[in-house]
Write a protein of this length. Sequence first.
Length: 313
Amino acid sequence: MSVLSRRLFLERTLGSAALAAASGAGSSLLAAPSHAREAAHITSTSLGPNLSLITGAGCNIVALGAPEGALLVDGGLAQHSSALLKEVKRTLNTSRVKVLFNTHWHPEQTGLNERAGKMGATLIAHENTKLWLSRPIRTSWLPKPYGPLPEKARPSKTTYTTDSISYGGEEIEYGYMIQAHTDGDIYVHFKNANVLVAGGVVSGDGWPRLDYETGGWMGGLVAGYDRLLKVADANTRVVPADGPILSRGDLEAHRKMYFTLYERLVALLNKGLGPDEVIAAAPAKGLADQWGNPDAFVESAFRSLWGHFAPDA
C-alpha cells in the first residue's frame, strides 16, 4: 500500500472514530436472496429468556418479548410481515410491536415499518436512514425506486452517534458505524444477553452488498468492524444481516480480510485501472473462496473508493 493511500485511510478512519467519540459510531447479500423470491419459511432460535433470533423473513431479526409488546431489530421484507408477526406471537406470546430498530434503510430491514408504525411502535434508526426513507431511493440494484415510506413508517427516534434504552429487563445500546455498508448503519447491543446485532455491515454466508450509492465505502466498512470489535468481547454472540451467528473471532477474521482487500484495491486504483481491469486482476482471490464469486462485491468496493481517493473521477 502506498504511503499516500495508507495516510488517507488512517486519516479517514481515525477521523471518523474521533467524530464518533466526540459526539458520543441483506438482506445484505449481493445476489437476491431466495427468501425474497419464495414463500417465507420463518423459524426461531432462542438466544435467552424472551430473546429470539428469527430467520426467513428476508434478514436476521432479533426479537425481545416484554409485557408491553415486542422489540424487534429489523423487520424483514414487507411481503413477509404477516408471517413474521405470527412467528413473533408464537415465540413471544405477543404480536404487538412496541419498538422496531432499522439497522439501515434497505427493504429487507424496513419491510415491517408500515405495520409497526400503524401499531404506534417507536421506530429507531440513524438520522440518515430516516432521511433515505423520506424520499424515493434509486439504486442500480433495485428494479424500481424504494420509498418514500408513509410518515408513520419512518423512524420516529433517531441518533447521530450512540444512545441506549431499557426494555424488557434488557439494557440496549445502539451506535452509528460511519459510512460503512450505507451511510446510516447502526449496531444494536443487548448488553445483558451479550448479543450484538451488526446489521448489514456483517454478512455470515456470502459477499455483502457494499451500497456505495447510498453512502457506504470500503474504508468505512473496515472502520465499522473496528467499531464492532470495541463493543464485542470473547463471549459476544454476533448476529449478522444474513447467515449463522458469529463470534468476536469471526469479526477479527472478516476485518483482516476486508482490510487486505482494501489495500489491494487502493493499489489498483493508484495504478489507474478501471472496474473491468480490477475485476480481471482478481484482488479477492484466496480471501473468502467459500463465499462464491466476489466480482460484484469487488466492483462496488472499488467504485466506493472513487469519492474518497479520486473525487474528480
